[in-house]
Design a binder for this molecule. Structure first.
Ligand SMILES: [Zn+2]
Length: 369
């Protein structure tokens, strides 16, 4: 989920809005200022209804943000960094840098959000009781209701909802098997998603087109997230225990540093399909030249530019060890935004780890066990 608009930071976490958020903000403001407030106060002026409606919608999304901050607080207390919090069409999402390491962590992070929503529901209920049938009282009553719904909705036991994470924590705690727990929660998520889609279709048959469509869209969103989680968990389980040496390729093209770029392209890249070349200069490894380095140079000088002028020098190339954990190496590859990593053993180049090879290997393993 991208933050298209940045709102600021809380505890060092960037808070942002996705463009899709404006749609739901407008819808809620409209439904409040054309529905709730005119119904409660028949004589209310349109402008005042609009202002209070917008204000109530802002408080609603502040509640959603506080719910996400609840997750973020619990995560950071467990030492898990939060990359960003983004509000979007279906609510909010706190992006965590890594998965929980224990069922206890998973449980606390999952439960913190709904807990915040329950507390907010109670506070708004108190406001509603104090102010009764005034504008403030009606606002409080509505906000108490939506925060309670938010807490209960999120506790439905299907991934990616918080309840799904709670379910995952419980299964993980009982079985000690994190991957199995994730898949149980994701399967729950798929059922919940199909439930939403089914209810939505039923609504539409009964004539509630907008509500029905909304339920189907939410169901679809949940289904995709659950499917993705399920697949990711299988991938992670397959990769667990694997080393870089299990998937690296043991051959690579060695190119003389004086070779012009045009020749690298024609003689090596086009013939081998490789995207990275090991550059040798005066009988030692000098660096790595990738196709990305090549395209940064204007085409008309490819004939006159030597590989060693454009390559990344060996000292600055990120390298991994052959016995390194594969998941950690792939993560390092992601963070460095490169497509391949040279693999070393005892200071000798022994292979090349590429993203494509890792994916191919993974597909084979998942297919043939
Ligand atoms: Zn939540």
């Amino acid at each position: 989920m991208n933050s298209d608009i940045k709102l600021g930071q809380v505890w060092g976490i960037p808070i942002g809005l996705n463009a899709s958020w404006f749609l739901i903000f407008a819808l809620i403001t409209f439904s409040l200022s054309a529905g709730l407030f005119p119904q409660a106060f028949p004589g209310i002026s349109g402008v005042i209804a609009l202002v209070v409606g917008a204000l109530t919608a802002v408080l609603f999304f502040s509640s959603v943000l506080l719910h996400e901050l609840g997750h973020a607080y619990a995560a950071q207390r467990s030492g898990i960094r939060v990359r960003a919090i983004t509000l979007f069409m279906f609510g909010g999402v706190a992006q965590l840098e890594q998965d929980s390491r224990t069922p206890g962590e998973e449980f606390r992070i999952a439960a913190a959000g709904p807990l915040v929503s329950f507390v907010l529901a109670a506070l708004f209920a108190i406001v509603s009781m104090i102010f009764g049938a005034t504008l403030l009282g009606v606002m409080g009553g509505w906000l108490a209701g939506v925060n309670l719904s938010l807490a209960l909705f999120n506790l439905i036991p299907g991934y990616p909802l918080d309840g799904g994470r709670v379910l995952k924590a419980l299964v993980w705690w009982r079985t000690g098997d994190q991957h199995r727990a994730t898949r149980v929660a994701a399967t729950g998520g798929r059922w919940v998603a199909w439930g939403f889609i089914g209810f939505g279709a039923f609504e539409i048959l009964l004539g509630g087109f907008v509500n029905g469509l909304w339920l189907i869209v939410i169901g679809w969103f949940l289904k995709n997230a659950a499917d993705q989680t399920y697949t990711m968990s299988r991938v992670q389980q397959t990769l667990t225990g694997m080393r870089v040496s299990d998937v690296m390729s043991r051959g690579w093209s060695l190119v003389n540093g004086l070779t012009p770029l045009q020749e690298v392209l024609e003689q090596y890249a086009m013939r081998t399909g490789e995207r990275a070349f090991v550059i040798r200069d005066e009988d030692r490894l000098a660096g790595i030249l990738t196709l990305n380095d090549l395209v940064r140079v204007p085409r008309n000088v490819w004939r006159y530019t030597a590989a060693r002028q454009v390559m990344t020098p060996w000292e600055r190339v990120l390298r991994v060890r052959a016995d390194m954990d594969l998941i950690a190496a792939l993560r390092a590859m992601d963070e460095a935004r490169v497509q391949q990593l040279p693999v070393e053993q005892d200071d000798q180049l022994v292979g090349m780890l590429t993203r494509e090879a890792a994916v191919r290997h993974l597909q084979m393993r998942m297919r043939f066990g």
